[in-house]
Write a protein of this length. Structure first.
Length: 510
């Protein structure tokens, strides 16, 4: 059975988790973590400091040696807010690749929230819904409202403990004015999500990452009556008391508290302020700490990709589809037309499989491109397919890696008079070994769109006949409908079909 490794490069710390697949479950075999403060200077200067980069690469080399020793079959490395904000991130990514051979994914805040959600729902038995999931890292705070294991809303706020400490707290202990400015900023940012959280009537709050762990430990040791249902729970009243108490202590005093290490003590005041304000502002009674997080989501994603029958695979597919639909609605796509083009695209993918030979994952990417190829019209109808490429490649479509979004965007790009060429920017942005596949998927989408070109829902069904040198598409019209426009549109793709597949295409009416 395969062994997977997940690496989380955060603004405050770098973490590794290794797990071996045992049937449909992933059994953790190794964990490692070190504080490197990669994002410490980013939130002031916009740049990763050379020392922080060097320290982080050193830790990643250690992780790499551990992964090799454990015989890891696949590694996924994700970076979050520090790399999202750093203007010199390319240098760091190249340094990591030259040192370890690992390609780092710089994921969006929304994708970070999705993966954390996946890690929690894949490993926890949650009995109360809806749930608010909170991950307060070094550079950002991800909030996810989940109901029955499905994401309802996500918010990525610039409320990381390292970021807030560097921007607002210049003295130790912090001065009154500094704390006032910090709380005002936290209150303002939480205002973007507070109303939605209150309206969701959240039944439970699950908090992940180091700040939540430290606060839960302090609460259990100093305020045992203020926690409830066990040491991992912290009530809103206790969170408020801890925030006030920690803000009055200096660094040495904060370090003396059980559960707060030397590096965490430097940033715990800002983190505690966020939790206290969150619980109060959103009328939440308490939070429960969970050691799960982004790495567990990455492992769950890899496990789902490996095991097609895994429950988490269904979870991921649902999240992807719901996110695609949300994006389509956001940009005013006509849903009925898009769904019909999508259905024809999937049908053509299946019936022409002996001809196109595309990997199975292309069916899902083709489906997403069919739903989204018209999003560019929202910007301007002129050049709409170029706009669609930009929107898709830069949108937070949950569950897709940046590279997969580029593939989907490229499939959706060429539905006008142009066809994909190796010299085009969208094609150059994807790996060379995928360009042939993208061209074939693009042709399938062009044919699918042709089958509903008149937007009249005139086609009842499609018959496909594959011959040695010819492909015949027979269009069956619905009663009382005329499909001559659709047949003309199919035949207009003859030259490109011959170029891609080396066969003649003909279309007929049944």
């Amino acid at each position: 059975m395969p062994t997977f490794a997940a690496v989380d490069i955060g603004a405050n710390s770098v973490r590794l988790k290794v797990a071996r697949m045992e049937g449909r479950r992933a059994e953790v075999s190794h964990e490692d973590r070190q504080v490197t403060r990669l994002g410490e200077q980013v939130f002031r200067t916009g740049l990763l400091s050379p020392d922080a980069m060097a320290e982080t690469v050193k830790v990643l080399r250690r992780f790499h040696r551990a992964a090799q020793k454990l015989g890891v079959d696949a590694v996924r490395v994700a970076a979050t807010s520090a790399l999202r904000n750093a203007r010199n991130r390319k240098s760091f990514l190249e340094w990591v690749y030259s040192s370890t051979g690992w390609e780092v994914e710089v994921i969006s805040g929304t994708e970070e929230a999705r993966l954390i959600h996946l890690g929690l729902v894949s490993n926890l038995r949650i009995t109360s819904w809806p749930v608010l999931m909170v991950d307060l890292g070094g550079g950002s705070c991800e909030l996810t409202i989940s109901a029955q294991s499905h994401i309802r809303e996500t918010f990525s706020l610039p409320l990381g403990a390292v970021r807030l400490t560097r921007e607002f707290l210049g003295h130790d202990p912090p001065r009154k004015k500094e704390l006032e400015r910090l709380r005002a900023f936290v209150d303002r940012e939480l205002g973007r999500a507070a109303k939605r959280i209150v309206n969701a009537r959240v039944k439970a709050v699950i908090a992940t990452s180091g700040t939540a762990a430290a606060l839960a430990a302090v609460a259990a040791n100093r305020y045992p009556a203020g926690g409830h249902q066990g040491a991992s729970f912290v009530s809103a009243a206790t969170a408020a008391r801890m925030a006030r108490m920690l803000a009055r202590r200096n660094l040495e005093q904060r370090m003396s508290f059980q559960g707060i290490g030397p590096r965490r003590a430097e940033i715990i005041v800002a983190g505690a302020a966020v939790y206290a304000e969150l619980l109060e502002r959103c009328r939440l009674r308490s939070f429960r700490y969970s050691p799960l997080g982004l790495r567990d989501g990455l492992l769950a994603q890899m496990a789902a990709d490996y095991s097609r029958s895994a429950k988490s695979r269904e979870q991921i597919a649902t999240e992807r589809w719901e996110s695609v639909l949300h994006c389509a609605r956001q940009y005013g796509v006509e849903p009925h037309h898009a769904m019909q083009v999508r259905d024809f695209a999937v049908e053509l993918f299946r019936k022409l499989r002996p001809l196109h030979g595309l990997p199975q994952e292309y069916q899902e990417w083709l489906s997403a491109a069919a739903m989204l190829y018209e999003v560019g019209t929202y910007i301007n109808r002129n050049g709409r397919y170029r706009h669609s490429y930009y929107v898709i490649s830069h949108s937070d479509i949950l569950g897709y890696t940046p590279q997969q979004r580029l593939v989907i965007a490229a499939i959706a790009r060429y539905l006008g008079t142009s066809v994909p060429l190796p010299s085009d920017s969208p094609m150059k942005a994807i790996p060379s070994n995928e360009r042939r596949n993208v061209a074939r998927a693009c042709l399938l989408l062009r044919l699918a769109r042709a089958l509903n070109l008149g937007r009249r829902d005139a086609v009842r069904s499609l018959r496909v006949q594959l011959r040695d040198s010819k492909v015949l598409l027979t269009v069956v019209a619905k009663r009382g409908s005329d499909v001559e426009l659709e047949v003309w549109a199919l035949e207009r793709e003859r030259n490109y079909f011959r170029e891609v597949f080396g066969r003649e295409l003909s279309a007929a009416i049944a």
